[in-house]
Design a protein around this ligand. Structure first.
Ligand SMILES: [Zn+2]
Length: 111
């Protein structure tokens, strides 16, 4: 029996996309996900990959893109952000819950 193919992700540090997110979040470091690509600011790729809670959080966002599609995710995330704000956005609530879920790692081909 074959399992589902692993989801291959990329991680880029010093990324302007994440710099914008860090300003928005008023945080020294930030990650932002587009599809299977994770962009970082204020953290090296190695530090990010070594921080399991943070990694799991962002991997859940990758799964949300898989579930909703690229445009669907962006659109619904934005609508939810307006409606609920950053912290209570259901996408963020789900990603925070995933920070404890090590099982998620099995679905990914990490760099
Ligand atoms: Zn998040």
């Amino acid at each position: 029996m074959e399992g589902k193919p692993l989801i291959k992700i990329s991680v880029s540090d010093n990324a302007w996309q994440a710099r914008l997110a860090s300003r928005f979040l008023k945080s020294d470091n930030a990650a932002i996900v587009f599809g299977r690509n994770i962009y970082l600011w204020g953290s090296s790729k190695q530090a990010f990959l070594g921080n399991q809670r943070w990694l799991l959080h962002e991997l859940q966002h990758v799964l949300q893109y898989q579930r909703d599609g690229f445009t669907g995710f962006i659109f619904k995330y934005f609508i939810n952000h307006i409606r609920y704000g950053y912290r209570n956005n259901p996408y963020e609530v789900e990603a925070r819950a995933a920070e404890q879920n090590e099982e998620l790692l099995k679905q990914f081909d990490l760099p």
